[in-house]
Unconditional design. Sequence first.
Length: 327
Amino acid sequence: MPELPEAEVVRRGLERWVTGRVVEGVEILDPRSVRRHVDGPQAFVEDLTGTRVLDVVRRGKFLWMPLAAPGDAVDDPSSYRPRQALMAHLGMSGQMLIKDSSLPPDRHLRIRLTLSDAPDPDDPSQLLPTELRFVDQRIFGGMFLDPLLPTDDGAPGGLGRHGHAVVPEHAAHIARDPLDPAFDVDAVHDRLRRRKTGIKRALLDQGLVSGIGNIYADEALWEARLHYARPTETLTRAETRRVLEAVQTVMTRALDAGGTSFDSLYVNVNGESGYFALSLNAYGQTGRACPRCAAEGRDGVIVREQFMNRSSFRCSRCQRKPRNARY
C-alpha cells in the first residue's frame, strides 16, 4: 500500500491540476469503486456533478478534496466553509491520473471525472488535461463523498492550501501525521509513555500518529538508533523527539525522490514512479553492511526479523535488542 510520501506526491500533483475546477461529468465504469458511497453509484454521479474542487488535503494516507456546492459563489476559497469532500482511497493499487480526453482509456480504469477547462499555470496559453481518472487493478480502493466535520483542535484538517478546519467523517479517527504543521511531538510523547508497547508497534498505530508504514518505520528507527521493540514507557522526551524527527527526515527525503515504489502499480498523477527505494538504509537490505557502522569502522549488518506478520529490518550492532523488549 502507498505510504505517506506517496500519498503526498499524489496530493501535490492533484493540487496543481484540479484545484478550482468544476466536475462537469462523472462516469463510473466499475460500481465496486464507489461501494463506500452510502447512497449508491447513481447518487455519487448526481451529488458530484457540478461541484467545484476547492483544495486537495491529506492527513496520513487519507486524501480528500473539499467541494463547493453547485451554484455557490466562491470568491475566497479560504473563507468558504465546505460541507462535503470527495474522498480518494488508493488502497493497494489505486492511481489518480490526469489525462487528456483524447487518450484511450487506461487498463483497469474504474472512474472518470471530466473537469472544466483551466489554463496551465506554467503556460497560460495551454489548457490543462480535462480528465481525472481513477485506475485500480485490485479494486481495494475507491472514491466516495463524505461529510466534513469540525476538527477537535480548531486547526486545519490536514495538509492543504486553504487551511479549512474540517476533516471528513471517515478520517476523523486518525491522528495527525509528522508532516502536518499542527503535529504535536510532546502530546505524542505523553501518549507513548502510557502505551506500554514496542516503539514500532506504536508508530504503526494510526490512532497515535498517522501515515507511518513498515518501510518508513524501519528507516526512521535506523536513523534514531532504536530497536523496534524498545518499550515506549522507557522513552525519554529527547528520544521520542529524535525518532519523530527521523520520521520527518526520512519522509522528506522520500518526497524529494518522489516516493518509494516497490510496487510497479504505484505512480504519481503523471504516471511516474518514485525512486527513494534506491537509497534505503535498512528496509530490504538483509545481509548488507550497515552504512553507519561501515562509516564508523564497525561490523554491523542489517538483519531481517519477523514482526506483526511482516518483516522488520535493523542493524545488528547499532540497534541492539533491549533486555525488556516489548513486541
